[in-house]
Write a protein that binds this ligand. Structure first.
Ligand SMILES: Nc1ncnc2c1ncn2[C@@H]1O[C@H](COP(=O)(O)OP(=O)(O)OP(=O)(O)O)[C@@H](O)[C@H]1O
Ligand SMILES: [Mg+2]
Length: 452
């Protein structure tokens, strides 16, 4: 049994939470405002806090900051309908235990709460609080509401302020650089974010770019040059396409990772860098290690925190949000005024596999927007290659219409939603993932068809 403080202004939702928690033998208390919450916390520190973001007299994140300033502090689980990923990052960075989106899955809440209480009891919780910072800076936002993107954002929030290296893997165009920039942005580091593409330069040039060189160390070295490791002091060095780094440089990189020390090319003085190292690759490094093309010791050093970005075809439920976001950016960048997608264009986009992921989506939309003569993108403007259409499409059923049934789309939808819910044993989160729709959309369909 635990004392749980619910900070939530929605009376119906808080009452549901109270009933649910009492069922689980907890002692819940409700505060509808920040002011009430502050009083209750001052009287008696709860064992855990469930926190909403939008409250009548302020934001949940404000009280999160106050609570996590003390150590140890009760675990705070944010439960919010706010769909902004920056909030998830910010909450995790400020020391929230977890971040759950509404509409909430009771099972998810129970598991999270049990784990939170356990780790609190064992006082194992290490708070990663650093100075609160203004997050209003305009960064390349991470768009997406799928569970996999939320997980990425939560990890960014938890690890941004640490010094350990992060290895970011994922197919080309999945957003590895976007994630690297977000990690730097939320790190609290005062230095620069410096990206360097390890595949773009010949070995000796890459070495000099990274470590710098002394005057006269090679023919064209007319003056001393600082390398990225020096320039990124107090900042972040992003080693892109790490899989392409030549073996000799891998050894030098390992040394900087071990103790921060290195020498400029042609130099004898040992220098030190405290730059945080982020690395990205679309290659399979484990396989490269096993075939001797990538140093095993370097791999383990870099792989302290590993973030894997899913290909777009595995989070297609984000396609519409991403399209909206990218089109808004394209309209500004290209001075276009595209507002709509024709239905056939949208259908084709949902069927397509997107082998080049979000970058390909951006390219395809940019070309279509520039070519469009009206404010609508039609399927011909997308120019998507036919052979790459989603293999999951059931082609058999359309050939010769052997299974043609004269029923309406609504009936097909109803049958399909029901089948998926049964398949997932009514795990609505999983059903949403498979159906590629949002949770509220699923709830609407359940109500519409009287399922359940
Ligand atoms: N989650 C996201 N939300 C919004 N835009 C995104 C997201 N992920 C990627 N993008 C956009 O997609 C494009 C590709 O992203 P990025 O350059 O980070 O991919 P990458 O994984 O580094 O690709 P590559 O392996 O080809 O270098 C960029 O224009 C980026 O702004
Ligand atoms: Mg990249």
């Amino acid at each position: 049994m635990a004392n749980i403080l619910i900070i939530e202004d929605d009376e119906v939702f808080s009452e549901l939470l109270v009933m649910h928690l009492e069922d689980k033998n907890h002692q819940p208390q409700v505060a509808h405002t920040l002011e009430q919450a502050r009083k209750l916390v001052a009287d008696n520190i709860p064992d855990a806090i469930l926190l909403d973001q939008q409250l009548p007299d302020g934001f949940g994140i404000d009280i999160l900051k106050e609570v996590t300033e003390h150590s140890p502090h009760p675990p705070v689980i944010m439960i919010t309908g706010v769909s902004d990923n920056t909030l998830a990052i910010q909450a995790m960075r400020l020391g929230a235990y977890d971040f759950i989106r509404k509409p909430m899955d009771e099972f998810e809440l129970d598991t999270t709460l049990t784990n939170a209480l356990k780790s609190h009891r064992l006082s194992r919780q290490v708070s990663a609080i650093t100075q609160a910072k203004d997050y209003q800076v305009d960064i390349d936002q991470i768009i997406g509401r799928s569970p996999s993107i939320l997980k990425i954002c939560k990890t960014i929030g938890s690890v941004a302020s640490r010094n350990a290296p992060v290895l970011i893997t994922g197919e080309s165009g999945t957003g590895k650089e976007v994630v690297a920039r977000a990690l730097h942005h939320h790190s609290g580091r005062t230095g620069l974010f410096l990206p360097i593409n390890c595949s773009a330069l010949a070995e000796n040039l890459l070495e000099s770019e990274l470590f710098g060189h002394e005057k006269g160390s090679f023919t064209s070295a007319l003056a001393r040059k600082e390398g990225k490791f020096e320039q990124a002091i107090d900042g972040t060095l992003f080693l892109d396409e790490l899989g392409e780094m030549p073996g000799s440089l891998q050894a030098k990189l390992l040394r900087v990772l071990q103790d921060g020390s290195f020498e400029r090319v042609g130099g004898t003085q040992t220098l030190h860098s405290n730059a945080r190292i982020l690395a990205a690759t679309n290659r399979d490094l484990t396989e490269m290690v096993s075939t001797g093309r990538f140093r095993e010791d370097l791999f383990y050093r870099l792989n302290v925190i590993h973030m894997h970005l899913p290909p777009l075809r595995e989070h297609m439920e984000d396609l519409s949000l991403l399209t909206e976001h990218l089109l808004a950016k394209i309209n500004v960048r290209q001075h276009t005024a595209v507002k709509h997608l024709a239905e056939n264009a949208w259908r084709r986009m949902k069927e397509y596999q997107w082998p080049g992921n979000i970058r390909e989506l951006d390219n395809i939309l940019t070309r279509a927007a520039v070519l469009a003569r009206t404010d609508t993108i039609t399927v011909d403007l997308l120019a998507l290659p036919n052979e790459l259409r989603n293999e999951n499409l059931n082609t058999e059923a359309t050939e010769g219409f052997p299974t043609l049934r004269l029923i309406s789309l609504d009936e097909i939808e109803q049958e399909h939603v029901r089948a998926i819910l049964e398949h997932t044993r009514w795990h609505k989160g999983k059903a949403c993932e498979i159906l590629g729709i949002s949770r509220p959309a699923l709830e609407r369909k359940i109500a519409k068809y009287g399922l359940g």
